[in-house]
Write a protein that binds this ligand. Sequence first.
Ligand code: SF4
Length: 398
Amino acid sequence: MSRAADYIGQSLSRGRVSRRSFLEFCTKLMVAAPFGLTLTDRARASEVAVELKKARRPSVIWLHFQDCTGCTETLLRTSQPDVGTLIFDLISLDYHETLMAASGADAERALTEAVAGNDGKFVLVVEGSVPEGESGQYMTLAGRPAVEVLHDIGGHAAAVIAIGSCASWGGIPSAEPNPTGATGVDSILRGKPIVNIPGCPPNPYTFLATVLEYAVYGKLPALDEERRPRFAFDRTIHDHCPRRAHFDAGRFAEKFGDEGHRKGHCLYRLGCKGPETHAGCSTRHFNEVVDAWPIGIGAPCVGCTEKHVAFRKPMFELAAIDRAVPPTTYPPVNAPQGSIDPRATGAVGLVAGAVAGATYIASRRLPMAGASERSQRTWSQRPPPPGPAPKGDEEQKP
Ligand code: SF4
């Protein structure tokens, strides 16, 4: 684990990441957070880079509760920068059970030291839901219920990020009948700034942009009523979906594998929850692969970033739609077309014929300057082709 007491600029100067790669990373941050962050409110990626280099690397302690580790996986799948750079150059990841080598008593000691060394200054990241049922006995860490560990470590944190849908509000483990009493971090911890970054998985750049905004300016981004960063959750997937034109035109896939599905038509009738789901998946794909997101591969959105949609509503139930038609400023998809009046066609034909005839006559009477002279030259009178003339063959024809 690396020391928190240095700066991103110092860390980058160790040479593990090239300037080009760092600028590419800053560009991706600007794309992930085009507004709403002080960090990315710049004209150029180089300006973001300058701001980042001045910042102290934030200490991050990452706890796992009832999770599948998919949120960590999505972080590992960022290829720009790769995970080594991510961990050791941008943030100081001082405790992470999946990535650290220590286990057992050594891991417990690492956690205690990480908290003591950054008391009141570290960012606590929680992955997975917290089981409250049966006094928290469904999950224990070193003999302590997970809910107690959360209270303990969270009490020392400067800010808390609940990453993924499970940590945000329970996710899959909280689906009915929710035997473990799984719930989200913000229903347990009080008196701490908490950010929810839901998603199954969440977008890694949303997480990085949030942490780095905190590292540079000591503040968290503006949040919506579900504590999600507005810069990433301000619009619905439906707003920017590449299949939106099909929705507006009434072209739907009716069954998986039918002609509409194969042609890439709208998935609304297959249960797509894009119209009621706030997230940036339609513009910020995953794993650095174009179209790597559910709708991009033909699967309806399940609404995993919404507290009351994924794992609550049946998968194939139709989504609620608050804007069934495109804004009035958009051109119509199916413009109304009237029938053609034969008299109008005749009039247009007469005008077109008159214009064509006049053009032809004018072209005969007004030949281009020099055209007649050129047309009367013989082959032998024409100028030679470019380049030196062949020696001893002055009469050679081109
Ligand atoms: S319903 Fe789903 S697939 Fe159709 S346009 Fe909206 S988000 Fe895209």
